[in-house]
Design a protein around this ligand. Structure first.
Ligand SMILES: Nc1nc2c(ncn2[C@@H]2O[C@H](COP(=O)(O)OP(=O)(O)O)[C@@H](O)[C@H]2O)c(=O)[nH]1
Ligand SMILES: [Mg+2]
Length: 254
């Protein structure tokens, strides 16, 4: 895995932790940009920090993309980061490591460091440290590939075993643009997600459908969790937000 040398890339472990400050820094709270780190690893800079993409941010989180090989994880990330769709198969053989993107959520700059799996998912042998470090996981299947949908339960078992208990999780049925090849109905995705109590939506890295929304919803949830909010303020509800903002594939939803 190639490793970016970002301003705060201090970890030398195999896990993706380029934006998490070392504990000793976190404790001293003075010497560096970082003033405090919560137990869940959220970075709270004392002043805005400069990410490796040269954008200031207030808080940072790690988001991981998981799911079978070929479901469109790399394409989803590229679509979100660069607004482009990479067709063809060359991209599926090599994963990219991670990309940073800073979103402005209710006036707070939230940096998402989004990690892609680099082929390990082929054998569902994603390093366990990968899960452990994640603040959020986007679990993808491909609506044109039944096996990728059937494997979701196995992925969820892995996640429940290895991810942090309070990890933000969302199920995405990708390739929603591929109407003719679709074999998994939206309702089936909804049903499975409901069974496991996981927010769900369909996306398309090709058309861009709901891609921005998926990451924004995650960022909002993470931001709400990490900030001390007024107890009188209504709790942020991820699925409700998604339902309100979601765009359907068109044919069947009013
Ligand atoms: N029609 C369609 N094809 C997609 C979409 N996302 C990815 N693909 C294609 O699916 C294949 C696998 O995508 P990739 O991102 O490499 O999957 P990964 O193995 O999960 O990273 C590539 O040929 C992509 O062009 C999508 O939203 N719609
Ligand atoms: Mg990939």
């Amino acid at each position: 895995m190639s490793r970016k040398k970002g301003a705060k890339a201090k970890s030398n472990t195999a896990s993706p932790s380029a934006s998490t400050p070392r504990k000793e820094n976190a404790k001293s709270g003075k010497s560096t940009i970082v003033s405090s780190v919560q137990a869940n690893g959220v970075v709270h800079p004392s002043r805005p920090s400069l990410s490796s993409s040269s954008e200031f941010y207030d808080i940072a989180f790690k988001v991981m993309l998981v799911g079978d090989s070929g479901v469109g994880k790399t394409c989803l990330l590229v679509r979100f980061k660069d607004g482009a769709f990479l067709a063809g198969s060359f991209i599926s053989t090599v994963g990219i490591d991670f990309r940073n993107k800073v979103l402005s959520i209710d006036g707070v700059k939230v940096k998402l460091q989004i990690w892609d799996t680099a082929g390990q998912e082929r054998f569902r042998s994603v390093t366990h440290a990968y899960y452990r470090d994640a603040h959020a996981l986007l679990l993808l299947y491909d609506v044109t590939n039944k096996a990728s949908f059937d494997n979701i339960q196995a992925w969820l078992t892995e996640i429940h075993e290895y991810a942090q208990q309070d990890v933000v999780l969302m199920l995405l049925g990708n390739k929603a643009d591929a109407t003719h090849d679709r074999v998994v109905k939206r309702e089936e995705g909804e049903k499975l997600a409901k069974e496991y109590g996981v927010p769900f939506m369909e996306t398309s890295a090709r058309s861009g459908l709901n891609v921005e929304l998926a990451f924004t919803a995650i960022a909002k949830e993470l931001k709400h969790r990490s900030m001390k909010v007024d107890p009188n303020e209504p709790k942020f509800k991820l699925q409700e937000y998604v339902n309100k903002e979601m765009k359907s594939t068109g044919c069947c939803r009013s």
